[in-house]
Design a binder for this molecule. Structure first.
Ligand SMILES: Nc1ncnc2c1ncn2[C@@H]1O[C@H](COP(=O)(O)OP(=O)(O)OP(=O)(O)O)[C@@H](O)[C@H]1O
Ligand SMILES: [Mg+2]
Length: 362
C-alpha cells in the first residue's frame, strides 16, 4: 500500500461522507479526513496512520453497490490534447464502477490501444477489434472480451489497424454513426460504456460523440490545460446540433493534481469557476502507482488498491454514480422520463459560450 500523494477530494453530498475537515496546514483535504465518525480512534494519530485508516475505510466500500443508472450511460472520454489522462481515467473509472457492482464495457477507440493494454487485453494485429466493428460491420459482441481481474468489466480492444480507419471510414455509408449502430445492436445488459478517444477530433471521436450522450473531459492540472478546450466544446456543440441532440458535457475530472504546486490549485480553481456543475469534487492526484499499473496490464485498482490513485478513482466513480442518481430522482419528481443523467445537466445553460469568452480572455 502506498501513499504517494494525498487524495484531493471536496465534500460530497451523500450519507457516507462526513463534512470536510479543514487542515491546520491549509492544504487540501485528504482521504484521511473521510473517516466515518464512528471509526474507532487511532492508536497512532499520525498522518500516515490517518491515511492508512482512510484507505481501510475507502476499501471497505468496495463491493458496496452504487445506484445503477436507469439505462446504459454511454460516456465519451475525450480531449484532443494528448497525455491528459483520458486512457488512465477510462480504465480506472471503469474498474471502479465494476468493483462497485456495475457492468461496464470499455471501448478502446484509440489506435495506440493503451486502454486494451491497461486492461490486460491482447491487441496484436490479428485480434478481432473495434476496427472490424467500424469498418467491416462485425457485431460488437464478436470482439468484446472479459477483463480477467475485474468481474463485470469488459473491453472491446483496438489494434493498430484502427490507425487507417479514419481514412477508410470517409467513403463508408453512415460514417459518423457506425459505432452508435454497433452499440445499439449489442444486446448484453450494461450499466456503463466508456469510450476512450484518441487525441484528435477526427471521425473516430465523432463516432464516439454520436454514440454517447455524455462527454467526460479529463483536464490535466497544468498551465496549458485549458488551451484547445474551446475547440473541443465547439465540436460537442456541432455534433449536438447536427447528429446527436442528446450530447452534452456531463463530467470534468481534474487529473494529475499535484497538491504541492500552486499552479495546480490555480488551474483547478479556474476550471471550477468556469464549469461549476460539471467538475467532479474529487481530483486525481499525480501518483506513481497510477502510471506503473499499465505496464503490468492492470488498473491501479488491482495493482495497488490502497494507493491514493486507486482511492481517488473509486471516489470519482462514486460521485459519477450518485450525481446521476440525483439527476434521475429530480427528473422523476418533475414528472418526465429522462435518459439517465441528461435530465438535469442537459437543461443547464450551454457552457461553450462562457468558455469561448474565457479563451478569448486568456
Ligand atoms: N494520476 C496520474 N499520476 C501519474 N501519472 C499519470 C496519472 N494519470 C496519467 N498518468 C500518466 O500520464 C501519461 C498520459 O496518460 P494517459 O495515457 O492516460 O493520457 P491520454 O490522454 O490517454 O494520452 P493520449 O492522448 O496519448 O491518448 C501516462 O504515462 C500515464 O501513466
Ligand atoms: Mg489515451
Amino acid at each position: 500500500m502506498s501513499f504517494d500523494h494525498p487524495v484531493v477530494v471536496e465534500p460530497l453530498p451523500g450519507p457516507r461522507l462526513p463534512a470536510p475537515v479543514v487542515q491546520p496546514t491549509g492544504v487540501h483535504e485528504t482521504l484521511a479526513d473521510m473517516q466515518d465518525s464512528d471509526t474507532p480512534p487511532l492508536a497512532d494519530d499520525t498522518p500516515i496512520a490517518r491515511a492508512a485508516q482512510a484507505a481501510v475505510t475507502a476499501m471497505a466500500r468496495v463491493g458496496d453497490p452504487l445506484p445503477r443508472p436507469a439505462q446504459t450511460r454511454v460516456m465519451v472520454v475525450a480531449n484532443q490534447k494528448g497525455g491528459v489522462g483520458k486512457t488512465t481515467t477510462t480504465v480506472n473509472l471503469a474498474a471502479s464502477l465494476a468493483l462497485h457492482g456495475a457492468r461496464v464495457l470499455v471501448i478502446d477507440l484509440d489506435p495506440q490501444g493503451n486502454a486494451s493494454t491497461a486492461l490486460g487485453i491482447d491487441h496484436h494485429a490479428e485480434v478481432p477489434s473495434i476496427y472490424d466493428v467500424l469498418v467491416e460491420g462485425k457485431p460488437l459482441a464478436d470482439v468484446v472480451q472479459p477483463v480477467i481481474d475485474v468481474e463485470g468489466l469488459f473491453c472491446c480492444p483496438a489494434t493498430i489497424d484502427l490507425a487507417g480507419a479514419e481514412i477508410e471510414l470517409v467513403s463508408l455509408v453512415a460514417r459518423e454513426s457506425r459505432l452508435q449502430r454497433a452499440i445499439a445492436a449489442y444486446e448484453q445488459p450494461l450499466d456503463y460504456i466508456l469510450i476512450d478517444c484518441p487525441p484528435s477530433l477526427g471521425l473516430l471521436t465523432v463516432n464516439a460523440m454520436v454514440a454517447g450522450r455524455e462527454v467526460l473531459i479529463p483536464i490535466q492540472c497544468e498551465y496549458y490545460a485549458l488551451e484547445g478546450l474551446g475547440q473541443l466544446l465547439r465540436n460537442v456543440d456541432l455534433v449536438r446540433a447536427h447528429l446527436n441532440p442528446d450530447l452534452h458535457v456531463s463530467t470534468i475530472l481534474l487529473t494529475m493534481y499535484d497538491a504541492r504546486t500552486r499552479l495546480a490549485s490555480q488551474v483547478a480553481e479556474e476550471v471550477r469557476n468556469h464549469f461549476t456543475s460539471e467538475v467532479l469534487r474529487t481530483s486525481i492526484p499525480r501518483s506513481v502507482r497510477v502510471s506503473e499499473a499499465p505496464s503490468y496490464g492492470q488498473t491501479v485498482l488491482t495493482y495497488d488498491p490502497g494507493s491514493s490513485g486507486a482511492l481517488s478513482y473509486l471516489e470519482a466513480a462514486r460521485e459519477i454514480a450518485l450525481r446521476n442518481a440525483e439527476a434521475e430522482a429530480v427528473a422523476a419528481e418533475a414528472g418526465y422520463a429522462t435518459g439517465a443523467a441528461t435530465g438535469v445537466y442537459a437543461q443547464q445553460p450551454r457552457m461553450i459560450d462562457q468558455h469561448s469568452t474565457m479563451e478569448g480572455n486568456r
